[in-house]
Design a protein around this ligand. Structure first.
Ligand SMILES: C[S@@+](CC[C@H](N)C(=O)[O-])C[C@H]1O[C@@H](n2cnc3c(N)ncnc32)[C@H](O)[C@@H]1O
Length: 200
């Protein structure tokens, strides 16, 4: 199992990017903890408690959130080599269970909200007793990814595109991250009112 830490991440980052340790298991490409988005305030708490609640989703949007972990599990199992990148991982509201058991490949979990990254970390620790050694959280911007192009063999983008200001640019960032060796195919699946992008 590949262990992920500040050192192993450095090789994946573009030369001009400086990485900062926020706390154990959370790194940041930003110069301070205050950089973030609306999920860092009360909206983030409401989002996690209400918008991620399975009953709320069933009643308001008419779908089952159970499909999200199933899709992510399938995508993780589709390949056995290379790095996995989850962009806009949030608090892992739907995927903590899958990630807490996943050890096959190194996984980089990116989000612009430090508050949600901390919630995600707490979820993994609750389920697993610790953050799995093959995972690391990175506080970064999906619109300007700081990674060396083509570094990843799997990219997961769950419920993110609808909150970004420029989907065309976001898609180009996502596609740019995928390894050419794997000839990643961008599959966009409207699983719900939200868009799910998977590059595998
Ligand atoms: C609707 S939530 C989805 C979270 C998670 N993927 C899920 O399905 O539960 C959107 C997430 O995107 C993050 N986000 C919004 N803009 C971002 C950006 N520019 N870069 C990285 N993350 C961003 C938010 O902080 C939030 O965690």
């Amino acid at each position: 199992m590949t262990k992920l830490d500040e050192g192993s991440l450095t090789g994946l980052l573009q030369r001009d990017v400086t990485i900062r340790v926020v706390e154990p298991h959370i790194l940041s490409v930003f110069s301070n903890d205050e950089t973030g988005n609306s999920y860092d305030d009360k909206f983030g708490t409401m989002y996690d408690l209400v918008a991620c609640n399975p009953i709320y989703n069933r009643l308001i949007w008419g779908y089952s959130t159970a499909k999200f972990p199933l899709v992510v599990e399938k995508v993780l199992q589709a390949r056995s080599d290379g790095f996995v990148l989850d962009i806009g991982c949030g608090a892992l509201a739907f995927t903590a269970g899958i990630y807490s058991r996943y050890r096959e490949r190194p996984v980089i979990l990116v989000d612009q909200s430090l508050k949600l990254l901390r919630l995600a970390k707490a979820r993994l620790i609750k389920l697993n007793g610790a953050v799995p050694e093959n995972m690391i959280f990175v506080h970064a911007d999906a619109m300007q990814l700081s990674f060396v192009p083509k570094s990843f063999s799997t990219i997961i983008v769950l419920n993110l595109l609808h909150v970004l200001p420029d989907i065309v640019r976001a898609n180009s960032q996502i596609k740019g991250g995928i390894s050419s060796k794997n000839e990643g195919t961008l599959r966009q699946r409207p699983l719900s009112i939200r868009e799910v992008s998977l590059v595998i």
